[in-house]
Design a protein around this ligand. Structure first.
Ligand SMILES: [Ca+2]
Ligand SMILES: [Ca+2]
Length: 630
């Protein structure tokens, strides 16, 4: 078990800070203890508001020298999961929808998860995290864990080690992780050394150090594939929702100067487009300069001043993004001189074929966290899937040398000015349903700031709606709306006439095959085949048998579009009862099989011949079939 002090030291190394809480007097005026300095407030940029969602008072687990948030992820219900450096994964709910964690509702989803630095939900609800675990021989190893709550009590009861033995014993650890659009899990693995040369007694670089790895988590024994290499400490990582491309921050080498005079030659910090097979140069080539050491090395899209330590990337998605949709939001951990320690927006342009460009948005940042100490800053960011609010976690494990009363382990909620008076909804659950004609489909809509009496609308038409909680409405989609493929626009309408953003609900055939019909036949219930159907026969004594393939368990037998009562059914044969009405008049019977998905087979026709051929009625009396009296 690592001492708490060692844990803190590890994370400080991880984020590239190895000194005490002083900064280079060359780059910044000497720090003086003053009320103004210690009280430097966090502020939001133009058009944004923020509040403290969680702090050491609201979340007692943050109130420790060895605690503080390191990573965050939202589940599909809009609940924030937070990993702490002390090894807890907490659920910080806001069930009363006031933008502040419900202090009495906090759950410890998991404990004893050593140094989780990345949290990520899979679309099926499984939670994945990185963990950096003490190892008796080599000091520490990185792991990927999968956490499940199988009984719904908000405590993980099934924790599996998906990948073990990642090389996190050196200067940097196993950092964040994200699922890609390909369904694979991407893992940011730090390098072992500061600049390629191990300190005495420290590990050298191994083949998996300084990489982005990826695994298929469905493989029972996944082997990590090196997706890209030549990274030093890839910490922030996110997939662009537009292109599906991967981007990361890479934290540069070098320490802050500890004393003057100081010749700080540390390089800038980088933001990279990470593509398969990419080499980003570490160690030996930090910024490509045409030298032989830089052959084949891809340079950064953007640079931050040295030591700023960009810790997270989030793409600005959700209903509040507006014209800023899909901007790349980056959090530099440190503030040096007058830059950093904030949430900075960038515009990403280009594509994977022609390449990408990254341009910082001019003007003030979205939020400035009021840092006064380089050991204190934002470590992770996440977008609330319901509201589009931006959440930023600030990690401040050590009291400021000059402001010992300050201890900022906090999570901020940042949103557009005025947005708390607007209703927002997240993705409809489920978001895709199969066409079907038999039963209503119930959907759940999770949102924020939904007013009492609100109704769920599909393409503007109200659905039967039930309010399940402050955040959840359930609604029924009637069968009449789900018989054909269609994409609905789902909104929530408040009694005051305001309406939420729209989310899609896709009704589709799921790519399921239609049943196929090869032959039909008619027989009496005795089993005797009827070769000719004559108008006016006692149809209720006849059975219609359809043979084919792909009939599902809810398949129906249709005659001229109407369902027959079924006698039996299997995947290849379905038998239904005819009626007197069906055979009352001469004409054509269109026979089809319709699966429960709504998919309908090809049509086979039968003919009901004219009434002058009435002999079988009499023939029935004699017990014979198809006797033509005339
Ligand atoms: Ca609350
Ligand atoms: Ca459980």
């Amino acid at each position: 078990m690592l001492s708490s002090r060692f844990r803190v030291a590890l994370l400080l190394i991880l984020i590239g800070f190895t000194g005490t809480a002083f900064v280079n007097p060359v780059t910044r005026p000497a720090i003086k203890p003053s009320a103004q300095l210690c009280d430097r407030p966090a502020t939001a940029g133009p058009g944004f508001q923020f509040n403290v969602f969680a702090n050491t008072t609201l979340v007692p687990d943050f109130n420790s020298m060895s605690s503080g948030p390191t990573c965050m992820a939202f589940d599909s219900r809009g609940r924030l999961f937070v990993g702490t450096i002390s090894g807890e994964i907490l659920i910080l709910p806001d069930l009363n929808d006031d933008g502040v964690v419900d202090a009495g509702q906090i759950k410890r989803f998991a404990t004893d998860i050593h140094e989780p630095l990345g949290l990520e939900f899979r679309s099926n609800g499984d939670l994945y995290c990185t963990s950096n675990v003490p190892h008796s021989d080599i000091g520490q190893v990185g792991r990927i864990l999968r956490l499940r709550d199988t009984n719904g009590d908000d405590v993980a009861d099934d924790i599996a080690v998906i990948l073990d033995g990642l090389p996190s014993a050196g200067d940097h650890q196993t950092d964040k992780l994200k699922f890609g659009p390909d369904g694979l899990l991407y893992i940011a693995q730090g390098s072992a050394t500061d600049d390629g040369t191990p300190d005495p007694g420290h590990p050298a670089e191994g083949p998996l150090n300084g990489t982005i790895l990826r695994i298929n988590v469905d493989n029972p024994a996944p082997q990590p594939e090196i997706f890209a290499k030549g990274l030093r400490n890839p910490f922030g990582m996110a997939f662009d929702p537009v292109s599906g491309a991967l981007f990361c921050t890479d934290v540069g080498p070098g320490d802050l100067c500890q004393s003057a005079p100081c010749n700080d030659t540390s390089p800038p910090e980088k933001v990279l487009w990470v593509f398969q097979g990419g080499n980003y140069g570490f160690p030996g080539c930090w910024i490509p300069d045409g030298s032989s050491a830089c052959a084949g090395v891809t340079g950064p899209l953007a640079q931050f001043p040295k030591h700023l330590t960009p810790t997270s990337i989030a793409f600005y998605t959700g209903p509040q993004a507006g014209a800023s949709a899909n901007q790349m939001l980056i959090t530099p951990f440190k503030r040096i001189a007058t830059v950093g320690g904030d949430l900075e927006p960038f515009v990403l342009s280009g594509n994977p074929t022609s390449g990408f460009q990254l341009t910082q948005v001019a003007g003030p940042s979205i939020a400035d966290f009021g840092l006064v100490d380089p050991g204190d800053g934002p470590v992770d960011s996440a977008i609330d899937p319901l509201s589009g609010d931006i959440y930023v976690a600030r990690f401040d494990p050590i009291p400021h040398a000059l402001c010992p009363s300050e201890h900022h382990n906090e999570i901020y909620r940042i949103h557009r000015t005025g947005s708390d008076s607007m209703s927002f909804i997240g993705p409809v659950q489920p978001g895709v349903v199969n066409v079907q004609a038999a039963n209503p489909i119930t959907i759940a809509v999770f949102g924020r700031h939904i007013k009492a009496g609100a109704t769920v609308l599909a393409d503007g038409s109200p659905l039967t709606t039930r309010r399940v909680s402050q955040l959840e409405l359930d609604a029924d989609l009637p069968p009449s709306l789900t018989t054909v493929s269609h994409t609905f626009s789902i909104t929530v309408s408040n009694p005051d006439g305001t309406t939420s953003n729209s989310e899609p609900l896709v009704v589709h055939d799921g790519g399921l095959p239609a049943p196929t019909l090869s032959s039909v036949s008619v027989a009496k219930r005795s089993g005797k085949v009827v070769n000719q159907i004559i108008a006016g026969m006692k149809g209720k004594k006849l059975l219609l048998t359809a043979d084919g393939a792909g009939f599902d368990s809810g398949a129906q037998l249709l005659v001229n579009g109407s369902q027959l009562s079924l006698i039996s059914s299997s995947a290849t044969e379905i038998v239904g009862a005819l009626t007197n009405a069906i055979v009352a008049a001469p004409g054509t019977l269109a026979i089809q099989v319709m699966n429960s998905t709504g998919k309908v087979s090809n049509t086979v026709t039968l003919t009901v011949v004219a009434s002058e051929l009435r002999a079988p009625i009499q023939s029935r009396r004699t017990g014979s079939e198809i006797v033509h009296r005339r």
